[in-house]
Write a new protein. Structure first.
Lengths: 447, 622
């Protein structure tokens, strides 16, 4: 842990500036080799300095350098942060220079790991920090903060309490077999109780799907026949809201054409077989090809032409996409109406930008973004937690299956106890050695 | 020169096992008791075994101890508890004769050439540089030894409480040990004040049994010990009886509550949660209309009966009223009144896992002095204290049973890791690997260990090896042989309520079904094996999936159990530990990370901080 590590702390390509963080006892020494400006060796802790990064004689970028001296820093080591102008080329160039001058690239989660190793934060904080860092939208941020407060803990503790009640009754039956006045837990009593608990866990898991919506964003596909104006609509939405450059490496999303935030939610427009390509090329693309994209979409905008009557293609689209998953937008309202309007549609055009705001409202309404916004964000928020919940659920389902198979209750209790332990791992009430490693490999590169 | 290798102070269940095993291991041993008549005395309930406790008795037997065999030779009723439940929670309990048990125990002890038994009251220890070197008797006489094992039970500064009467004495109006606990305190050992109690005894001919429900022994032969055949007659087992408290009883107790030693504020000790007095039960479970009680004969040699479940510290006149309110006991004559007893114990958190004191070297303690309750818990500790004292003298590694190896391992680990707040009683729920710690496999778990340390002889070991070989043979046999199921056999299955299809299926496949047993299958093929071999194979096949799961969990535990914490660790240097955790870790000084996880007040976060610290400080370069 004596080496000095560095990493790009901001997502590549996002935003106007990017930050490279350097931590370790040689942080100042190494950055000084590249930096022209104030003498960083004399800098006081928690100060910012203006200057330039040079590669020998070549000026790379105009930067601000923050100096934070040990121990009052995130990692408790000396930290230097270089604020650069955004852009992949410049940022990676500076990173390369740091590596050439004696830094090592940080492993995933290493900054937080160091903070933890040096005793600055505890494990549960570390996990929430990870979620906060990874939050891609305000909603995700809110959720991570909410989980810091322990709402999820409450939910899980409640379930865990029900499980322990069952367990203690079984244990009493075992340890005090002569006491007939105590309720004897039978398979008939146990089965409905376990089924109920499984249902509660399933509900949490279901909510976790909502949570994934919040964390990873909502996928929207825009479909329609060639020339109907899909790309114009997309461009309008992307330009109107602040577009986020995509192709962020490491995200689980499929290829995304562009992303915006709407009402605090991250909205991804997914590639429906090249809707941004020239319309000529798109002509070749049939429903089959769009289908794939549509399967991945949480919402599908079907675009129809006001100036034409419904084609077979349109009809097929409307039949394929279920009503609750679609919005129909009638484009080209500036031209003569030749289309028989279907129910529940939004009319407008991209020439005068008519109806496009209504489309945005429609998206918000359809996805119930306002409701989710007001909803208690007690969602299971990360994969470790989801995995443990699933394990708990599996254990209980195992218990149910074995009970039905006339396995003795005191043996089946082993499954119930496992479920109890898995739930405990979520709330941090059970210690598992693997937890640490699992956690740290989860942390994003950078912080 | 020392006069003895090991001195055992106290001749109760812990002392007897410690003395016997240490002598068996070749140590020149002295057992000191205040009164020879009270060797292996059973001052409370007249039974040995019970849930979890019965498994401890079998473990004692598997390791070469005496409790199992002495119980087998002295009981007048025996039964298997939880017989209708899974194999992991079955456990034996017998009604041991209070006259015979001590007699037979003494006979066994006297067979040991290395063991001397003497009367004497120990008042102080000979300590030099925090090393125990013997004992000092009441009359000032010094007896030296390499190791001292204290198994003083409830006699340290004992007070007997009946209502507002408070007498300074131990059970049976015996003298209490007045100075030993004070002297221990002076050495820096933390002393706890605990309390327990016992119910009234009733004259047999004053009981109307017709109004009570009979409780019989099992009608199959059973033994605790792996080494003897049953010597009792099933049909001559004595009956016990079930009766209930009623509204009237509860009214009497509520009316006089303030007069009980407990609720009148006369008692300061902390009583056992798992064995509450009847007034405790009435207060804590106010909505219960009745509580179960049992009447059990104490011996066939005298006619006192033990009223289980009715322990109390009420004054004697209230006890009379309470007992007479019970159906069938309207005219009962109380031969001994119930009492509560307060006594000093040491906080077992001050012990190493081999039961040696952390402050005073070569001083071991076992039994109720360590804050436990129950004959079996005492005997189990006594056995291990004796073994470990002998091993220490022989310069050998201590025997520390793991939690997945024995209930005795769970017991001692709990004591030295968690300490006690109230008298500790073993429960199956304390064992996280109870599926591995079964009644039926104590020999398979522990006999080999006993053989290696010299407490199990050649003959016993050969028997174990044969059993193991037979199990393997039978497992192979059922796997490789099929039952051809024709229409006739389908009919036999159906008649027994079992579903089956025509065809050929291995005996293994059949035995995996919960309802199918060897005793059913023997009509199709003879299996020439001992009963316990058949039982092992049945369990292995029926519950194999769960057993494997438990083994996997146990292996995981072993992994962190293997993560040693160096003896010289400075907990002040582990950053960010919660202060309670730091304090507890400092006090317990766990040997492994796994042990640290079991300390109450030490949270997972603290454990991770500790694990990280160890990684950083002790094996960063690994």
């Amino acid at each position: 842990m004596n080496d000095t590590i560095c990493a790009i702390s901001t997502s590549l390509g996002v935003g106007a500036i990017s930050i490279i963080r350097v931590s370790g006892n040689k942080a100042i020494e190494i950055v000084s080799k590249l930096f022209k400006g104030a003498n960083l060796f004399n800098a006081k802790s928690h100060t910012i300095h203006y200057g330039f990064i040079y590669n020998k004689k070549e000026k790379i970028d105009e930067v601000l350098v923050s100096i934070m001296l040990a121990p009052k820093t995130y990692t408790t080591e000396d930290i230097v942060e270089i604020n650069l102008h955004g852009g992949i080329n410049t940022t990676t160039k500076v990173l390369e220079l740091l590596l050439e001058n004696g830094c090592r690239i940080a492993e995933p989660g290493e900054f937080t790991k160091r903070a933890f190793l040096n005793g600055r934060i505890d494990l549960t904080q570390a996990e929430s920090v990870n979620d906060l860092i990874n939050a891609k939208s305000d909603m995700a941020r809110k959720m991570a903060l909410n989980n810091l407060d322990g709402n999820l803990n409450q939910e899980i503790k409640k379930i865990r309490h029900e499980v322990v009640d069952i367990m203690s009754n079984i244990e009493v039956n075992i340890d005090y077999p002569e006491y007939e006045d105590i309720e004897i837990v039978t398979t008939e009593i146990l089965l409905p109780k376990l089924t109920n608990i499984v249902a509660s866990i399933k509900r949490l898991l279901n909510d976790s799907k909502n949570c994934q919506l919040v964390k990873d964003g909502i996928n929207i596909a825009i479909v329609g026949k060639p020339n109907v104006g899909k790309s114009s609509i997309l461009n309008f939405l992307l330009n109107e809201e602040k577009a986020i450059v995509t192709d962020i490496p490491g995200t689980t999303r499929d290829i995304v054409e562009g992303s915006i935030t709407l009402n605090g939610f991250l909205i991804n427009f997914i590639d429906t077989a090249g809707i941004r390509d020239t319309e000529d090329v798109v002509e070749k693309i049939g429903v089959e090809k769009s289908k794939k994209a549509m399967e991945k979409a949480d919402l599908i905008i079907i675009v129809l032409n006001n100036n034409e009557s419904l084609t077979d293609y349109d009809k097929e689209l409307m039949e394929t996409v279920p009503k609750e998953k679609r919005i129909i937008f009638i484009n080209k309202s500036d031209l003569k109406q030749r289309l028989e309007l279907p129910d529940h549609c939004i009319i407008g055009n991209t020439v005068n930008r008519d109806g496009l705001d209504k489309l945005k409202d429609g998206i918000i309404k359809k996805l119930q973004l306002e409701e989710i916004l007001n909803k208690d964000m007690t969602y299971v928020s990360n994969l470790r937690q989801i995995d443990l919940l699933k394990k708990a659920k599996n254990s209980l389902e195992n218990a149910i299956a074995n009970l039905e198979n006339s396995m003795p209750i005191d043996i089946v209790e082993i499954d119930i106890m496992n479920a109890w332990n898995f739930l405990g791992e979520i709330t941090g009430e059970t210690y598992k050695d693997e937890l640490l490693n699992a956690l740290f490999s989860n942390f994003c590169l950078g912080k | 020169m020392f006069m003895y290798d090991i001195i055992i102070v106290g001749g109760g269940h812990a002392g007897c096992e410690a003395a016997n095993i240490s002598a068996k291991m070749g140590m020149k041993t002295l057992l000191l008791t205040m009164n020879l008549k009270n060797i292996a005395d059973m001052p409370c309930n007249p039974s040995i075994g019970g849930t979890a406790k019965g498994i401890i008795v079998r473990e004692i037997d598997a390791l070469g101890g005496l409790m199992g065999i002495v119980a087998d030779k002295s009981h007048f009723q025996i039964k298997m508890l939880n017989n209708s439940k899974g194999p992991a929670v079955r456990s034996l309990r017998c009604q041991a004769d209070k006259v015979l048990y001590p007699q037979i125990m003494l006979e066994y002890l006297r067979k040991n050439n290395n063991l001397e038994i003497k009367e004497g009251m120990v008042e102080n220890l000979i300590i030099e540089d925090n090393i125990a070197k013997g004992v000092i008797l009441e009359d000032g006489k010094k007896i030296t030894s390499k190791i001292v094992v204290l198994t003083t039970g409830t006699y340290l500064k004992a007070n007997i409480l009946i209502g507002d009467i408070n007498k300074e004495e131990g059970p049976h109006q015996e003298k209490r040990s007045n100075y030993l606990s004070d002297n221990l305190k002076k050495l820096g050992i933390k002393i706890l004040r605990l309390k327990t109690g016992t119910p009234p005894r009733i004259k047999k001919n004053s009981i109307d049994f017709t109004k009570m429900h009979e409780e019989l022994g099992d009608d199959t032969y059973l033994t605790f010990s792996y080494d003897i055949k049953p010597i009792y007659d099933i049909s001559k087992q004595q009956k016990c009886y079930l009766l209930y408290t009623n509204e009237n009883t509860h009214e009497i107790i509520k009316k006089h509550l303030k007069e009980s030693a407990m609720y009148g504020g006369y008692a300061k000790g902390i009583g056992p949660r798992y064995c509450p007095s009847i007034e405790d039960k009435i207060v804590r479970f106010a909505d219960k209309e009745r509580h179960q009680l049992f009447l059990e004969p104490e011996s066939v040699h005298y006619d006192e009966w033990y009223l289980q479940g009715f322990s109390t510290s009420m004054p004697i006149n209230v006890q009379e009223e309470m007992v007479h309110s019970l159906e069938g006991l309207e005219k009962a004559i109380i031969s001994k009144y119930a009492y509560a007893i307060e006594y000093d114990a040491i906080d077992p958190i001050q012990l190493k896992p081999n039961l040696e004191n952390k402050i005073i070297q070569n001083l071991f303690t076992a039994g109720q002095i360590n804050g436990t309750s129950g004959y079996e818990e005492a005997a189990g500790q006594g056995l291990l204290a004796g073994i470990n004292a002998a091993l220490k003298i022989k310069n050998k590694k201590p025997l520390i049973l793991k939690r997945n190896e024995a209930y005795i391992g769970v017991l001692i680990d709990d004591l030295v890791t968690k300490g006690v707040t109230d008298p500790y009683r073993m429960l199956t729920s304390r064992a996280e690997f109870r599926l591995l710690l079964r009644h039926d496999n104590a020999d398979l778990r522990l006999r080999e260990i006993g053989y290696k340390i010299g407490t199990i002889n050649e003959e016993q070991y050969k028997k174990l090896c044969k059993k193991r070989a037979d199990i393997d043979k039978l497992l192979k046999e059922v796997k490789e042989n099929n039952l051809l199921i024709n229409d006739d056999i389908v009919k036999i299955f159906k008649n027994n309520g079992y579903d089956i299809n025509k065809g050929s299926i291995s005996y293994e496949g059949l035995l995996k079904r919960p309802e199918i047993t060897f005793s059913f299958l023997k009509q199709f093929r003879s299996f020439e094996y001992e009963k316990d071999v058949l039982e092992q194979v049945e369990i292995e096949l029926k519950y194999g999936g769960y057993i494997k799961k438990a083994q996997k969990e146990a292996e995981k535990l072993q992994k962190i159990e293997a993560k040693q914490i160096p003896d010289d660790i400075d907990y002040k240097k582990v950053k960010n530990l919660a202060s309670e955790a730091r304090q507890k870790l400092e006090m317990v000084r766990p040997k492994t990370i796994a042990q640290a996880t079991r300390i109450s007040g030490v949270n997972p976060v603290d454990i991770s901080l500790l694990a990280i610290y160890l990684k950083k400080e002790y094996n960063e370069h690994e």
